[in-house]
Design a protein around this ligand. Structure first.
Ligand SMILES: Cc1cc2nc3c(=O)[nH]c(=O)nc-3n(C[C@H](O)[C@H](O)[C@H](O)COP(=O)(O)O)c2cc1C
Length: 158
């Protein structure tokens, strides 16, 4: 028998991750996004990464329609931003500094880095969709990332 949801969350929570905000857009260029740690590198040649998006999230239809996303890797001082983008039904971008990249996705200010992707494959899997994105542009700087571990935000060394 498969394990129960809370037990899976507890156990997988021992796998420490970074924290990202994945952004996308509607057909008028309005930004959408959500906090996510189900993000992984897939392939170097061609350059592919994947993200997993809950089909119940408000952002989900915009990933489906636009076919593009950008992964913003949060810095250790961006926990408040992470909490904001992990809350549905709010004006997430109000007062948040960002620019738009060539794909029309929001690149948030003061992050560790970002990866701009075109979706080349999508797989419905359980209650999420897995989007494989070809990386069109990316950048990062050597500043400390925000971490998520055992259900809480952490800093490297903290
Ligand atoms: C640390 C953290 C990691 C998360 N990772 C994911 C994820 O990988 N995929 C996902 O769909 N939701 C993830 N979530 C939950 C979404 O951020 C949350 O459901 C959000 O409210 C969705 O926003 P929306 O409904 O406005 O799209 C995560 C939340 C937190 C706090």
């Amino acid at each position: 028998m498969a394990i129960e949801k809370n037990e899976l969350r507890r156990v997988i929570g021992h796998f420490a991750t970074g924290v990202t905000i994945i952004t996308t857009r509607d057909e008028d260029g309005r930004p959408f996004g959500l906090t996510a740690n189900a993000v992984s590198s897939v392939s170097l040649v061609p350059p592919l990464i994947l993200v997993c998006v809950d089909k119940k999230s408000e952002s989900y239809p915009y990933f489906e329609r636009s076919g593009v996303f950008t992964v913003n890797i949060l810095g250790e001082e961006q926990e408040t931003l992470s909490r904001r983008f992990a809350t549905s039904g709010t004006e997430k971008f109000e007062g948040v500094g960002y620019s738009k990249n060539d794909l029309g996705c929001a690149v948030l200010d003061d992050t560790v880095g970002h990866l701009a992707c075109k979706i080349v494959q999508s797989v419905e899997s359980g209650d999420h969709s897995i989007y494989v994105g070809e990386v069109e542009a990316a950048d990062a700087k050597d500043t400390s990332p925000l971490l998520f571990f055992r259900g809480g935000y952490r800093k490297i060394g903290g």
